[in-house]
Design a protein around this ligand. Sequence first.
Ligand code: MGD
Ligand code: MGD
Ligand code: SF4
Ligand code: MO
Length: 702
Amino acid sequence: MANVELATTLAEIKGAKMVPSFCYMCPWNCPSEVYVKDGKIVHVKGLEGAPNSGRRCAKGEASFQVVDDPDRLKYPMKRVSPKGKEPKFERISWDEAYAIIANKLIDVKDKYGPEAVVSLYHHDPNSVFTQILLTQLYGSPNFYGHTAGCEQSRRQACLTVFGHVFPMLDFEDSRFIMLWGINLFEAIEAIWENLALFEALDKGAKLVVVDPKFTHTAEKADEWIAIKPGTDGAMALAMCHTMIEENLYDRAFVREWTSGFDEFAKHLRDKGYTPEWASKVTDVPADTIRRLAREFATTKPAIAEVFKGPGNYTNGADASRAIYMLNVLTGNVDGPGNICLKDWAPVGPPVIIPEEAMAKPKKPPLHVAMGYPLAPDLPTGLLPKAVIKGDPYPVKVLFLQSINLVMSDPNTGLVKQMFRELDLAVTIDLYMSETALESDLVLPDASFYERAEVRQGLYKAPQAIICQPVIPPVGESQPMYEIVKGIAGKMGHGEYFTYRDWEDWANVAVQKLPISLEELKTKGIWTGENRHHKFKEGGFPTPSGKIEIWSKNFENSGYNPLPEYREHSVLPDEEYPLQLITSKLSMHCNVLTQNNPYLIEIIDENWVELNPLDARKYGIRDGDMVVLESPHGKAVIRAKVIEGVKPGVACARHDHGFGHWSPFLSVAYGKGAHLNHLIDSQIDPVSGGNAYNERKVRIRRA
Ligand SMILES: Nc1nc2c(c(=O)[nH]1)N[C@H]1C(S)=C(S)[C@@H](COP(=O)(O)OP(=O)(O)OC[C@H]3O[C@@H](n4cnc5c(=O)[nH]c(N)nc54)[C@H](O)[C@@H]3O)O[C@H]1N2
Ligand SMILES: Nc1nc2c(c(=O)[nH]1)N[C@H]1C(S)=C(S)[C@@H](COP(=O)(O)OP(=O)(O)OC[C@H]3O[C@@H](n4cnc5c(=O)[nH]c(N)nc54)[C@H](O)[C@@H]3O)O[C@H]1N2
Ligand code: SF4
Ligand SMILES: [Mo]
């Protein structure tokens, strides 16, 4: 920052009031300090004393633009043009919006039952209010997040093995860290985790990154394993094979805390999951696989973690399960320097519905009816079928909050078609997003600088964090607690939503916390004790109470109880010779930062990366515009030629978040390319997670 700018900034901050809050530019919610003066945000930074140690990333720093953005939605809007035609909207009052929603909900319940109403969120500011209204009072079992579009396979694996959905990475004391496709230095997952990883590296920990692409995280690693896409399961199983054959596993831990070890050892042997076998599948030399297995097993404490990379394939759940087995066999579970099973803070619901008033859904939730009983969240890839064909049962109304499904899910054309078949689609957003364009009603939410929220902090120890409104909402926008209160009132449920201001419900939510709301407002966070080896007090929350190498749930649902290797379903061929994988950019978050002029100034388009060998083969030079073509569609995008991507692989950067076509996004509109229409809706057969990395393409100069 130039001196003059710095001086201006300091003058502005002088005398500003600091309000502890948190950042919502990505799902990791870093605790923050927001400086406000004369009703204007003049500065933001990470909260001192919080685990992110005063830091925010570039997206967080650019966040205050959200309140000044002239493209923000300001009023409730109703669609006045027919679906499928050019979208036209007109301003309506909140009262009219509430009445339209309430009447439709009552009508749909009469005709089809409450389960015909589905609610989806990703970024989930106060979605708990919607959950209370739709599931507890209205009676739909279909309130879901967007994990299928994210880390569904990893989550399902973690749930199966440990009975827990969310491991935290306690890097600080690790001595051996193996990251399978998880790109922490670009796709940031909470700044404290990155700081802890740096600390471990400073103390001499070894970092191994398994990824078909040489990422920023791989740059910091001791070893980069350029694996063939979609084959991580084979490598992890072969590492398990080596650990068992060479007696390197933690015998005492396995005996006391796991179930199914003997069956697993036999399974690995019977299937012939040797390093030699895996080498042919993965392109990783057998000696390397064997050596890494030995090093991992003998250098403690260690962490092997996976996120979306190996997970976003049709074999993603078992690949993730196999990677978790490395931690299990070596006893690297929930100790210092291990993956730790998140300990939750006692944050309660903001509104308590008495037991006798609770609705009892009559039909199973959609994921169960769809035949995915073990999916931790809705397989959204199957949602179009439910809406268009009524299979497994009719879905007539969609609520979408903080999610741009039309851009973020695969098979864009089918997702758009689904919207045309709905009786009512309500989008609650900050912007007229591409999903809003397909909706009947669009409601303006208040941003995280304009609303309150109390939620779980994503830190290894239990943590509660608070978001506080620092400026009034833009236009007529309203936070979810007001929107839900309005709809509930029209539906005859007003008696449960009697809070006058946010402190009323926040006081209810913090009841079980050891500190008061007033204290939380001043401090910003409450952090509990960081406990290790919590399972020693009561086992694991799995059916057997142990870590399940052999999964009882899988057995009961007719799946193979042991992790196995299957080839994924979309493989390159002569016509489409490249596997197109996806990878996020550090300066943008998903589908929500592209209208931010500061971030767009740093990165204003996305691109596809190719190895020089492939570039030469297809006559492409660095910087060329190219046509990418799959059996499902084509797109024009810039090419970058780099050594750090495996030959035969094309890596599309942030290909869900660019190429916005909503004319209401004046900064984002038309920048870069959107590539989710090049993918079919294939999903993992157990987790129901989307397989974004399963695209085969050909490439030519545009
Ligand atoms: N800056 C920034 N940070 C973010 C986000 C963002 O958009 N921007 N999004 C947030 C969200 S919602 C999420 S879910 C996380 C995602 O966090 P990550 O899962 O870490 O991020 P991705 O970039 O989706 O994928 C990671 C890597 O998987 C690799 N990969 C692809 N196929 C394979 C494979 O077959 N095997 C292996 N081993 N690797 C493979 C890709 O090359 C890529 O480097 O990031 C979060 N943080
Ligand atoms: N090809 C490809 N596709 C992908 C991915 C990929 O790596 N490659 N990543 C996948 C992953 S990991 C994820 S998590 C999904 C993410 O994609 P989505 O689940 O669609 O979610 P986001 O991009 O987080 O949020 C999108 C919407 O939230 C709105 N929003 C932002 N703040 C607020 C708020 O305070 N209130 C309200 N009501 N709305 C708000 C934004 O304006 C935007 O329209 O995409 C998935 N799709
Ligand atoms: S990592 Fe996410 S929550 Fe933290 S400062 Fe960056 S954008 Fe905000
Ligand atoms: Mo995600």
